[in-house]
Design a protein. Structure first.
Length: 304
């Protein structure tokens, strides 16, 4: 299985256009050893030709242009991206759909019912897109059962609901519905290798633990180092969990979870620009290194 990290940043990316926080400032001035990151998305394939896109980031144009396997091969219009799976309806994960409007083949979009509802109401992207191209909807199961996707050869997927957060424009923002956010296991049928992908994870539930234990590579929520990171940076008083993200540090945090529940490769994605782990020389980054946890970056390729 081939996994391409298209964007490893959270909403806003790194640096964020209007942010002058400790990290954004220093990456612009070149004072810090750190990689810039676009907004959250990956692509997965078994053959390197037909790719399943996870999330469509506002940065998708650049992400695909710098990803040769996605480029057109045949005819005047073509793409290596054969289907799109949305793990939630947040701006950073869905706005890129508008950039795919030139598609001459139907956009095959896989998501949960609450995500489809958000994208047809609070943020009516799907209705807008239908004026440009055909959109085929496919609902993903929430009970952990498996499904396959035509053209995405040799991959089997299992999706389940996660406790995280629907976006501010969602009718469910303050009334969580199962499926506002999902986690996905991607299994290569011929090899049995598994990836677990969950960029928005607010609670370590038993089915999450099971998924992590079964995976050869875990690519999960790396948004915040600590609960009150936004307040410490002087940005706002929203806590990590209020935004649906489990921080890495502290009791019950992601470091503890990954240390106890995973045997395979442990990686973080969806990293917010305030997170000290972006600084490759920070003590926080050193703690991750010691725990064997990697920080993913744009353009990273993982082979399982
Ligand atoms: C989140 O996951 O909380 C988002 O990155 C928020 C956003 O995109 O604005
Ligand atoms: Mn996000
Ligand atoms: Zn910043």
């Amino acid at each position: 299985m081939k996994i391409r990290v298209l964007g490893a940043g959270a909403g806003g990316g790194f640096p964020q256009w209007n942010c002058n926080c400790h990290n954004c400032k220093r990456v612009r001035s070149g004072e810090m050893r750190a990689k810039r990151r676009t907004q959250s998305s990956i692509a997965v394939s078994s053959d390197g030709r037909n790719w399943l896109l996870f999330n469509a980031s506002p940065d998708i144009r650049t992400q695909l242009e710098t990803f040769p396997d996605s480029h057109p091969r045949e005819g005047v219009r073509d793409s290596g991206i054969k289907a799109i799976l949305l793990i939630d309806s947040q701006i950073d994960h869905t706005t890129g759909l508008l950039m795919l409007r030139e598609s001459t083949v139907p956009l095959e979009i896989y998501c949960s019912a609450p995500v489809k509802q958000d994208l047809s109401s609070g943020f009516p992207l799907l209705h807008m897109l239908e004026h440009y191209c055909t959109v085929n909807h496919h609902l993903v199961p929430l009970d952990g059962s498996s499904f396959t996707i035509p053209l995405i050869e040799d991959l089997r997927l299992y999706s389940h609901a996660l406790k995280s957060k629907a976006p501010p424009y969602s009718p469910h923002r303050n009334h969580p519905h199962p499926g506002d956010n999902i986690g996905v296991i991607v299994e290569q049928i011929s090899t049995g290798k598994k990836l677990y992908y969950a960029p928005g994870l607010g609670e370590f539930e038993p089915h999450v633990e099971e998924a992590m234990k079964s995976a050869d590579c875990v690519l999960v929520d790396g948004t915040f180092w600590q609960h009150d990171e936004m307040a410490r940076a002087g940005i706002n008083d929203k806590l990590a969990l209020e935004l649906g993200h489990l921080p890495q540090s502290g009791e019950g945090g992601m470091i503890e979870i990954l240390t106890s529940a995973t045997q395979g490769r442990k990686m973080l994605i969806h990293i917010n620009n305030t997170n000290p782990i972006l600084d490759e020389d920070s003590p926080e980054r050193k703690k991750l290194d010691e725990a064997g946890i990697e920080v993913s970056f744009d353009g990273l390729e993982i082979n399982l």
